[in-house]
Design a protein around this ligand. Structure first.
Ligand code: PLP
Length: 444
């Protein structure tokens, strides 16, 4: 039993760095989920990664199922990505002029997705923020529709919670966002066609766009019901609104064609705008939005909608992204898919064995596991209300048992477990070996 056969891991150096970080950085971290607030304990400060594994400052090694929250499709420190990045760095890091890698990465994205034009940003947040500005500028309308449980970055207008009742305008999801930033946002329950029909019937001529994750991954994986994205695309079209598919997480990750590869590619609809990030930056800050040529040409300098970025299309970041996408072959996706299936099924079997009710859901190579309370009914999770029925203490116990056994899961129950091309048999076996004790911890 991996949790009892080995002395507890030392975390002195991580704890020391966390204390120092907390004195100079709010909560000690630069993105809230990293602080382990949802699971308790000391976040591990990582010094290096290689393939499927990461090592912390105390020398503990972990099989990594966080993958930098999605980007590391090829695993850490992939030799060819590293070589390309080092070569790019050796030539200079940023000029504020156009460069060739931007063109190559844009061509790659245009060739692999339905977008006709693409514009780079440095983060997914900027990509969705810019897509919404463009949708508003293009349509001359102001209202944005989103779904509860979908995360599109920390854009003011999208950090919104559902107000009371359906089809009412949203309220700010955090202090610091003024009501004026969210009172043009409508928040609907996911997978709810009737709610979509109702807001379009009431406000259709004011709606600039509907934005959705291609397959939601930020409330755990909650797949669209069959035909739901097609219905959204058609509803938008019928009302002159733009359909914005946020593929920051799913793009080049869920399948070779991203989340769109799961439904759109064969159902025959195309989003008006898409957003990308994570994998397309290869672990460096790069993201993008793109879409229909006539819409995208509304951006400055071709058109009137302003959007810009000092480091947008940065040659080092675009080189990392381009090299990653070039290496992300069908074989890579097939491997990640297999690994994800084995781990998902292993987790499910261990939880069943330990008597922990749970739901495992997947979208291509992405999956997540919802741990429920002892008496909870086990049914597919189809929206944020369903995802919120998770038993968070069970996940915290499960997470820490896995961590102690050398497997770093995401420190939150609402996240995808990300596998990579570098997760080999040994790494997968280590995860499988750790699961039974973690499941028993979750049951306790
Ligand atoms: N959109 C989606 C679907 C995401 O998952 C994320 C980040 O997790 C974002 C947007 C924001 O991206 P970033 O964190 O790069 O700003």
């Amino acid at each position: 039993d991996p949790t009892t056969s080995r002395p507890a891991r030392t975390t002195t150096r991580s704890a020391d760095l966390f204390a120092r970080a907390s004195a100079v950085t709010p909560g000690g971290v630069n993105s809230p989920v990293r602080a382990f607030g949802a699971v308790g304990g000391t976040p591990r400060f990582i010094t290096r990664g290689a393939g499927a594994r990461i090592t912390d400052v105390d020398g503990n090694e972990y099989v990594d199922l966080v993958g930098s929250w999605g980007p590391m499709l090829l695993g850490h420190a992939h030799p060819q990505v590293q070589e390309a990045v080092l070569a790019a760095v050796s030539r200079g890091t940023s000029y504020g002029t156009p460069t060739e890698p931007e063109v190559l990465l844009a061509e790659e994205i245009v060739s692999r997705t339905p977008v006709e034009r693409v514009r780079f940003t440095s983060s997914g947040t900027e990509a969705t923020m810019s897509a919404i500005r463009l949708a508003r500028g293009f349509t001359g309308r102001d209202v944005v529709v989103k779904f509860a449980g979908c995360y599109h970055g920390h854009v003011d207008a999208l950090l919104a919670s559902a107000g009371s009742g359906l089809a009412t305008f949203a309220i700010p999801g955090t202090p610091g966002v003024p009501e004026s930033a969210t009172d043009l946002t409508l928040v609907l329950p996911y997978n709810d066609r009737a709610a979509v029909e109702k807001v379009f019937a009431e406000h259709g001529d004011r709606i600039a766009c509907l934005i959705t994750e291609a397959t939601p991954g930020n409330m755990g994986i909650v797949p669209p019901e069959p035909g739901f994205n097609a219905f959204l695309a058609e509803t938008c079209r019928a009302h002159g609104a733009l359909f914005v598919s946020d593929e920051v997480m799913t793009g080049f990750r869920a399948t070779r064609l991203g989340g769109w590869g799961l439904d759109g590619a064969h159902e025959g609809w195309v989003p008006d705008l898409m957003t990308f990030g994570k994998v397309m930056g290869g672990g460096l800050p790069a993201a993008a939005f793109g879409g229909r040529a006539d819409v995208m040409e509304h951006l400055a300098p071709s058109g009137p909608v302003y959007q810009a970025g000092t480091l947008a299309g940065n040659p080092v970041a675009t080189t990392a992204g381009l090299t990653t996408l070039q290496l992300a072959t069908d074989e890579v996706y097939a491997h990640v898919d297999r690994v994800a299936t084995v781990i998902r099924e292993g987790a499910s079997a261990a939880l069943t064995q330990a008597g922990v009710p749970h739901v495992a859901q997947s979208a291509g190579t992405m999956f997540s596991v919802f741990l429920l309370a002892g008496d909870a009914p086990v049914a597919p999770v189809r929206d944020f209300d369903g995802a919120s029925r998770q038993h968070l203490p069970a996940y915290a116990a499960f997470f820490h048992a896995m961590l102690e056994a050398g497997v770093h899961l995401p420190p939150s129950a609402y996240e995808v477990w990300f596998c990579s091309a570098a997760h080999d048999d040994r790494a997968v076996q280590q995860v499988l070996d750790a699961l039974p004790a973690a499941a028993r911890a979750a049951a306790a």
